[in-house]
Ligand binder design. Structure first.
Ligand SMILES: [Zn+2]
Length: 96
């Protein structure tokens, strides 16, 4: 019973991933997960070389696989001067 439902779940996920129109959405869905992993890794002891290696790989994965969508925004550090213009990806938050 449990085995059957888990098999069905795998089939469902596979068929969703092969839908051409949804490829971009799914790719960026994984980017979101990787951005979460990156944030978690940033809170862990950075003197550990294994953590550093995973962090580097996660960063590279995001860099290579994100369909960057750059948006313009302003940082309000100095409201008197109208803020500082910034550009960043809305999916992975990489600044440009
Ligand atoms: Zn991006």
């Amino acid at each position: 019973m449990t085995e059957n439902s888990s098999t069905n779940q795998i089939k469902k996920t596979t068929s969703l991933n092969t839908l051409n129109g949804n490829d971009k959405i799914h790719r960026n869905k994984y980017i979101e997960e990787f951005v979460c992993i990156k944030r978690i890794l940033e809170t862990i002891d950075t003197n550990n070389f294994i953590v550093n290696r995973i962090y580097k790989d996660v960063k590279t994965y995001i860099e290579v696989n994100c369909d960057h969508s750059v948006i313009d925004d302003y940082v309000d550090l100095d409201p008197d001067n109208g803020g500082k213009p910034i550009k960043y990806c809305e999916y992975c938050y990489k600044s440009f």
